[in-house]
Design a protein around this ligand. Structure first.
Ligand SMILES: CC(C)(COP(=O)(O)OP(=O)(O)OC[C@H]1O[C@@H](n2cnc3c(N)ncnc32)[C@H](O)[C@@H]1OP(=O)(O)O)[C@@H](O)C(=O)NCCC(=O)NCCS
Length: 148
């Protein structure tokens, strides 16, 4: 399957993002307010992979990483994750946090480490993903920057 480069999503592409997230049981209700922070990969006009990098003080939240089930196992999520970590580093972030219920092992393989949800920086814990959208059961992971 041909898939294009990583692009920043435009406002008019947000409905595709919201649909992809909803279809994969990820929260989508705060996408509009974070509309400038999403990136994706398209196959022709179809969004097949996406992820967000939301600034939170000196930190970042990697969020909404999703790949269309038909396109999984081809490295698209890894490509997006590396891209988002590089961006966070380029913007002098101290660490990248994320919450996940179903992909803990996936992110540990990418170099994330587990973190206590109670100990995340306040700017991160105030994001809507942390404060209300992700279930309490979701595990918190962290990637320290800079990368070595
Ligand atoms: C997690 C997800 C983004 C991975 O996408 P992907 O493009 O298939 O991932 P990649 O191609 O980069 O990596 C594939 C590898 O990761 C493994 N993997 C995929 N999903 C995994 C998961 N949930 N947990 C552990 N390992 C996983 C695959 O088995 C494969 O392993 P291999 O390289 O040994 O064969 C995708 O499964 C998805 O969209 N899941 C639903 C949404 C979600 O949980 N997002 C994360 C929270 S924000």
């Amino acid at each position: 399957m041909p898939a294009g480069p990583i692009v920043r999503l435009r406002q008019e592409q947000l409905p595709q993002l919201e649909a992809l997230l909803a279809a994969n049981a990820l929260p989508a209700s705060d996408c509009a307010e974070q509309s400038e922070n999403f990136y994706g990969i398209f196959d022709r006009d179809r969004l097949v992979a996406a992820g967000g990098l939301q600034p939170a003080g000196e930190y970042f939240l990697l969020r909404s990483l999703v790949v269309d089930p038909a396109c999984r196992g081809r490295g698209l999520a890894r490509l997006l994750s590396e891209f988002l970590l590089d961006r966070a580093e380029a913007e002098a972030g101290i660490a990248v946090y994320l919450l996940t219920e179903s992909a803990v092992e996936y992110f540990i393989r990418l170099g994330f480490e587990t973190a206590e949800r109670e100990q995340v920086p306040e700017a991160v814990s105030r994001t809507r993903q942390f404060a209300s959208l992700c279930p309490d059961e979701a595990r918190c992971l962290m990637f320290r920057l800079p990368r070595n």
